[in-house]
Design a protein around this ligand. Structure first.
Ligand SMILES: *[C@@H]1O[C@H](CO)[C@@H](O)[C@H](O)[C@H]1NC(C)=O
Ligand SMILES: *[C@@H]1O[C@H](CO)[C@@H](O)[C@H](O)[C@H]1NC(C)=O
Ligand SMILES: *[C@@H]1O[C@H](CO)[C@@H](O)[C@H](O)[C@H]1NC(C)=O
Ligand SMILES: *[C@@H]1O[C@H](CO)[C@@H](O)[C@H](O)[C@H]1NC(C)=O
Ligand SMILES: *[C@@H]1O[C@H](CO)[C@@H](O)[C@H](O)[C@H]1NC(C)=O
Length: 726
């Protein structure tokens, strides 16, 4: 993940029959708010070698995708709900070369304590339309270091009931002989990988062993119907040989000498017609480390290893199956002036780059850049200090096995590629296009839907003027992460946003088109929550690291002592003087424009309020979600009623009412008791007396505690959900 977005919007409405304590479901039409592609790291792209056009991509926090004929992608794991949020961490994928209808995904988010779940092999027999989970007895780390290595999951090309999976954390190599249904460890492999990027990392992220890095079958060995005898395996070991071969279908293994033992083998790619294995290596596991490395060709018949590196430090690796000797590699992390990709048509004897210096500072770029599908991604709009077109974290690089012109590669932000790759060899000028349409891989921390202007603004950094079209630009100034947004209730074109960097506050007075305003006095403060008074004069900032701060009339932020650090805050949307705050079980009210707060009502036995929202039409009509339920006050927070049946609530939002005189529709991400309830997303049109469930088995939205909601005040029934990865 690098930055943040994805949300969903709904449209239609059919309420099913309801009984007393039965929560009816409503069929909602969910769609991605379009961003045009990407937003985060795409560590793996795999083409099926047997079915033309069949390819999949995996992401580190947003699940897996299937490529469509029109270059767009379809998400496969949107069913993952709060109980299996870890499914969106996709550490490896394998598409069956014998039966292309079969797809396997190795899923799980973290191997440390952040993720309680063991990993899973998700098995599909219909190219990802449906999956059967096969639980693993260890964790899988789709968002862990080294996730661009691989693929560490592979299907035997001669006997597709046989699969191998290379585990992390020292669990070694595993084999299934029944199409992934059950797995046993291959204990004959001499190493499970001892390398960890930083053994002293107490979080358990960089101290975890990277493990088995890839499994590559030699399809030229053996015969159809019998397990392939020759198998290559890369292992994250440093200081000893770390590429192994078996010639007896995994019974025994031997290390192959001749590679660089100081480096980790990132990719092992077979070139069957050359009888060769190409290997790329780096001194880091990636994606963010790794500064030197190389590319090697292993000639299988003679057993010789040749260093064919174009320069040191290349990782993404692919071959053209139709053109033996055509090899491409991408730099893992070439940060300046841009990423780099090389192509060879003579098995790595000579290489040509995708750009070269004419003479500093002039670059010859041997490509035409096309970001029309996601204009915000381009160098004119992205974080300008990087000013990169080709990308970074470039590990997934593939040539379509049926089309030498079609290539794709994943970056830290998107997928690029094109359909005229052979021009590299003729005119040395290809089209490089952003091709991640349909891939949405951002973590959305806040959403607002003001009563006028664009219907949606997302903390990812987008003004969504048309939900069906990719945004043209990021908010300017662009920050790596916006964490909260608010609008002034009586002056809704006045907006404020806060970022996770020090002093990152910006103000817009044109509905989010431009953000020229800043406020001084808080240069060390960052993140947290932001609220702006109804007339836009006062900004209350419950910062993440410097406590509550307030600014009036653009004066510098000053500390506010009457509410504790970490308070959840909100501004009234009508009364210019009223602000609200909550900490623990205490609710606080300010009637003097956030100059001072007094504790008023109690939120039951809550320990952790999540969100305060305010009826835009009625001062003092407030809702608070907490770890102990959903609370409603109609008297400025003096007293609260706990909403019956809700035992815990996360995001909440108020939208347009069902009837013109009715209360606002309230949406909540909550745990609701009753048949048909559980943890999910619900709407009430009668102030929480009864609820309908609005998500379904195909729309789980992942981790519920990560997801912001906002509801449209102009369109009854429409709600936006931001997710952590989709
Ligand atoms: C994970 O697998 C291990 C080994 O089988 C088992 O001991 C552990 O209970 C499992 N953890 C979970 C959360 O299922
Ligand atoms: C092997 O890796 C080490 C450590 O990065 C490096 O110093 C050395 O030059 C490499 N050897 C070759 C032959 O590339
Ligand atoms: C490649 O083509 C593009 C578009 O015509 C052009 O802008 C670019 O200068 C060309 N690159 C080189 C090195 O000639
Ligand atoms: C906004 O409201 C506050 C509180 O009523 C008031 O003091 C201030 O003058 C108002 N600002 C403007 C620009 O009207
Ligand atoms: C705003 O709220 C305060 C505190 O309740 C109240 O004194 C004041 O009259 C309100 N202002 C308006 C315009 O309603």
């Amino acid at each position: 993940m690098r930055r943040n977005l994805t949300l969903f919007l709904l449209a239609s409405s059919v309420v099913l029959a309801s009984a007393a304590d039965v929560i009816p479901a409503q069929s909602y039409n969910w769609k991605n708010v379009k961003i045009g592609g990407g937003g985060g790291f795409v560590p793996g792209i795999v083409f099926n070698p047997s079915q033309k056009g069949l390819a999949y991509a995996r992401t580190d926090i947003g699940g897996a995708y299937k490529l469509n004929a029109d270059d767009s992608w379809t998400a496969l794991l949107d069913f993952a709900d709060n109980s299996r949020w870890d499914y969106w961490g996709t550490d490896a994928l394998a598409t069956d070369p014998v039966d292309p209808s079969r797809l396997y995904l190795a899923v799980g988010m973290y191997t440390n304590f952040w993720d309680p779940n063991n990993g899973t092999i998700l098995i599909s027999k219909d190219q990802g339309k449906t999956f059967t989970p096969s639980p693993l007895p260890f964790k899988v780390g789709g968002n862990m270091p080294g996730r661009g290595l691989g693929e560490r999951l592979a299907v035997d090309p001669h006997s597709n009931n046989v699969l191998y999976f290379g585990a992390r954390s020292g669990h070694g190599l595993w084999r299934s002989t029944n199409f992934g249904a059950t797995w046993t460890q291959v204990t004959s492999l001499p190493s499970a990988g001892t390398y960890a990027p930083d053994p002293s990392d107490s979080s358990g992220i960089n101290s975890d062993k990277i493990g088995i890095t890839w499994v590559t079958f030699d399809s030229t060995s053996g015969e159809s119907g019998k397990a392939t005898p020759r198998i290559f395996v890369g292992v994250a070991d440093v200081g000893r040989e770390n590429i192994y071969v078996s010639n007896d279908a995994g019974a025994t293994w031997n290390a192959i000498p001749g590679f660089n033992n100081s480096w980790i083998a990132h990719k092992g790619v077979l070139s069957p017609k050359e009888n060769a294995l190409y290997v790329s290596e780096s001194d880091g596991a990636g994606p963010n480390d790794g500064s030197i490395g190389g590319v090697f060709k292993y000639d299988i018949p003679s057993g010789t290893v040749t260093n064919i590196s174009p320069v040191s430090g290349s990782e993404g690796l692919t071959v053209d199956l139709q053109k033996p000797g055509t090899v491409m590699v991408a730099a893992l992390n070439c940060w300046w002036p841009d990423g780099q990709i090389w192509r060879s048509t003579d098995s790595g004897k000579t290489w040509s780059p995708v750009w070269a210096w004419e003479a500093y500072p002039v670059l010859n770029r041997y490509y035409t850049y096309d970001d029309s599908l996601a204009p915000w991604i381009g160098p004119d709009y992205t974080i300008t200090t990087l000013d990169k077109q080709l990308g970074w974290w470039m590990e997934a690089l593939v040539i379509d096995p049926f089309d030498s012109n079609h290539w794709l590669y994943g970056t830290g932000e998107t997928i690029y590629g094109g359909h005229d790759l052979l021009k590299w060899d003729s005119t040395h000028n290809v089209t490089l296009k952003s091709l991640a349409d349909g891939i949405e891989e951002d973590a959305v921390q806040s959403l607002i839907s003001p009563p006028s202007g664009a219907h949606l603004l997302s903390a990812v950094g987008f003004l969504h003027t048309d939900l069906t079209k990719a945004p043209q630009t990021n908010f300017n100034p662009a920050w790596s992460t916006n964490v909260d947004l608010d609008f002034a209730g009586n002056l809704p074109s006045t907006l404020v946003r806060v970022g996770n960097g020090n002093g990152q506050i910006a103000i817009s007075t044109d509905g989010g088109v431009t953000w020229p305003g800043t406020i001084g006095g808080a240069s060390n403060a960052n993140s947290g929550k932001i609220a702006i008074s109804a007339n836009g004069t006062t900004i209350l900032w419950s910062s993440g690291n410097s406590g509550p701060l307030v600014s009036t009339d653009s004066s510098s932020f000053t500390s506010l002592s009457s509410i504790p650090s970490g308070a959840v805050i909100a501004s009234d949307k009508q009364n210019n003087s009223v602000f609200y705050a909550a900490v623990g079980s205490k609710f606080y009210l300010s009637t003097d424009g956030a100059q001072s707060f007094a504790a008023v009502g109690l939120l039951g036995s809550s320990a952790a309020p999540v969100k305060i929202i305010v009826n835009p039409g009625v001062t003092g009509d407030v809702w608070v979600s907490t770890d102990k339920g959903l609370f409603h006050s109609t008297n400025l927070g003096t007293t609260f009623v706990a909403i019956s049946g809700i035992t815990q609530a996360w995001a909440i939002a108020l939208g347009a009412p069902a009837t013109s005189n009715g209360p606002p529709a309230i949406f909540t991400a909550a745990s609701l008791q009753g048949t048909g309830g559980g943890i999910g997303y619900f709407r009430s049109d009668n102030n929480g007396k009864t609820w309908v469930k609005i998500n379904d088995a195909s729309h789980g939205f992942g981790s519920i505690s990560s997801n912001p909601l906002t509801a449209d005040p102009r369109i009854y029934g429409r709600v936006y959900i931001g997710t952590n990865g989709r």
